[in-house]
Ligand binder design. Structure first.
Ligand code: ZN
Ligand code: ZN
Length: 366
């Protein structure tokens, strides 16, 4: 200590935490350590308990979205985070030490644009994603996500998790959950409506649970006959094999809403034709090629084709409350982080029911 002198600290105060990162598009995820900022006045520090594995983690680790959002390496993915509050800044009012909380796909936004002012931070032009976004705090070149021991986030983007939800099953609600919940809410999925869910993977299985809980007549479209039993168990009223045109034709013009979760190339027009008049087909998967659309499929019955991307913070909190009330969590296979690369390969083969979730207690074992 130099008596009588104050040193000016120019770089922000930081600490290190364990993490798994990929150092290039062709590298596996490996054990490392990363910097986190010390919590500022409005920050919450969270010890991560569980982090779900989303397909977009894999896309970005392998730089498959190079045109839209090129990956900066090293990358630490993960945006389905559940953990415990271990530190709060002096101005934090919404969270306390020990609270069970969640962090989803967003960790910041400008708070000033019309979307932010309408609780649609997910549509903010200046949002900061949980990983692979420029880090405004300059702790690192980009933000680092949930495959790590802890994370520091502005309290506005930290969500209390209802105590009756299993923390591992709750983690995927932060991306797969809100991605399917939000468009169903927006397009009025309720009792008495007929709702389709295309694809039964991480997103689709959540879509079925929500449609069923909203009281809608729920129909699952799948290419795999082996998924029929599971679809019914998850809450579907009917299952249609989408390659059976006779079965598809029986449902022509009858749906109020269809949620299309499929990433692989497929014929969207076949589903548009199943919509009733004024019905809406919402895409939540992101096929990498443009999709051919028949104008007639839209004109006849003035049908709508829409897209949706996660949800705002208030709606995400509302969804967690809905899940608490209706006892909804994701079906997860919990893995130690050492199995994350193997999990990626299995996810590519749809060999998971229905979401991998990393138990972050395994992180210290390397
Ligand atoms: Zn995701
Ligand atoms: Zn904004």
């Amino acid at each position: 200590m130099f008596s009588g002198k104050t040193n000016t600290i120019t770089s922000p105060a930081m600490f290190e935490t364990n993490a798994y990162a990929a150092s290039s598009a062709s590298s596996p995820l490996e054990s490392t350590s990363i910097p986190r900022r010390d919590p500022t006045d409005r920050d919450v520090q969270v010890e991560i308990l569980f982090c779900g594995i989303c397909h977009s983690d894999l896309h970005q680790v392998r730089n498959e979205w190079a045109d839209a959002m090129p990956t900066v390496y090293p990358i630490v993915p993960g945006h389905e985070i559940v953990g415990r509050v271990t530190k709060v800044g002096s101005a934090v009012t919404r969270h306390q030490l020990g609270d069970l909380v969640a962090v989803g796909c967003l960790v910041d936004s400008d708070r000033t644009c019309p979307q932010c002012k309408s609780d649609l931070e997910n549509l903010c032009p200046n949002l900061t994603m949980t990983f692979n976004s420029p880090d405004a705090h300059e702790t690192a070149p980009i933000t680092y996500g949930g495959y790590s021991g802890s994370i520091v986030v502005d309290e506005h983007f930290v969500l209390p998790v209802p105590g009756n939800l299993d923390p591992a099953g709750a983690a995927p609600l932060l991306c797969a959950g809100i991605t399917t919940y939000s468009p169903m809410r927006r397009f009025g999925v309720t009792e008495g409506k007929k709702v389709g869910v295309v694809g039964l993977g991480g997103l689709g299985h959540m879509g079925v649970k929500f449609a069923h809980a909203f009281g809608a007549h729920t129909v699952v479209f799948t290419t795999s006959p082996s998924k029929t039993e599971d679809a019914l168990r998850l809450g579907a009223d009917e299952v249609v094999l989408s390659r059976d045109t006779g079965e598809m034709d029986k449902h022509a013009g009858s749906f109020d809403f269809i949620l299309d979760t499929v990433v692989a190339e497929h014929d969207v027009n076949a589903y548009l034709n199943l919509l009733a008049h004024d019905g809406t087909l919402t895409l939540v998967g992101a096929p990498d090629k443009p999709i051919p659309i028949s104008a007639f499929a839209l004109l006849m019955g003035r049908r709508k084709l829409a897209g949706s991307l996660i949800g705002g913070i208030a709606e995400t909190q509302e969804m967690l409350g809905f899940c608490s009330e209706h006892d909804i969590t994701a079906d997860v296979e919990v893995i130690p982080i050492q199995k994350v690369n193997e999990a990626y390969e299995r996810m590519l083969k749809s060999d998971v029911k229905y979401r991998f979730c990393i138990d972050m207690a395994s992180l210290g074992a390397d």
